[in-house]
Design a protein. Structure first.
Length: 229
């Protein structure tokens, strides 16, 4: 269920994040001489993004495993759920966003590194642009990382973020191939459902951490005591 949730975050999240990543996808240095080169280049760019998501998911899964080791996994799931619900309310009521200098510095450094590669059309270059794109900060990526922490395992955290990336593929590939037509016609009416989905997903994470014994929704988890030798 967690992996399907990750795909859903990516699918609906891409409607929100296309504002940042959409211009990058539109400006990719693709060889547009034929459909094969367009699809292959776009695919490699997105595989690069997913590779970065997997790696950072593994890293945050390590953090989550530390919480699980001390019996904090259920509380962590509840905290992640509350965080998602607050983010949904924040988006729904269009509250003012807070931006920090370090946030801008990180974005600018990544975009500068990407800009240096936009003059080359090689497949390897498109893959590397995708890897850099995966490092750009984004509210929905933060949601995915929160879920990766809650998985409490490096591999499962990596898989969670990979599933998140897979969810973003339909829209990001479409933007790269079809351009602004997708953004103009499809995004506005669907984007309004993103906060509602985040609210429901946050509720699911809270139930998951409440240990209610409900199969798939809130399974019973027995915390094992740590025995010191």
């Amino acid at each position: 269920m967690e992996y399907w949730a990750a795909i859903s975050i990516g699918l609906l999240g891409s409607l929100h994040c296309v504002g940042m990543c959409g211009p990058i996808a539109l400006a990719l240095p693709l060889d547009r001489s034929n459909s094969f080169n367009i699809l292959t280049g776009s695919g490699l760019y997105n595989i690069g993004r997913l590779s970065t998501y997997f790696l950072i998911g593994c890293f945050f899964g390590v953090i989550g495993s530390g919480f699980a080791l001390v019996g904090f996994q259920q509380k962590l799931s509840i905290i992640v759920g509350v965080f998602m619900i607050l983010s949904a309310l924040w988006t729904l009521f269009q509250l003012k966003k807070w931006n920090f200098p370090i946030h801008f510095l990180w974005i600018n450094s990544i975009k500068t590194a990407m800009a240096k590669r936009f003059g080359r059309t090689s497949f390897a270059n498109l893959f590397f642009i995708g890897m850099l794109n995966g490092l750009l900060p984004c509210g929905l990526v933060y949601m995915g990382l929160a879920g990766a922490v809650a998985m409490a395992s490096p591999l499962e955290g990596g898989l969670f973020m990979t599933c998140f990336g897979i969810g973003t593929l339909p829209l990001m590939l479409s933007v790269a191939v079809y351009g602004n037509k997708i953004k103009r016609k499809f995004l506005p009416p669907v984007k309004r459902f993103v906060p509602v989905f985040l609210f429901l997903l946050g509720t699911l994470f809270i139930l998951r951490g409440m240990n209610l014994g409900i199969p798939y929704v809130s399974p019973q988890i027995q915390n094992q005591p740590i025995n010191c030798p």
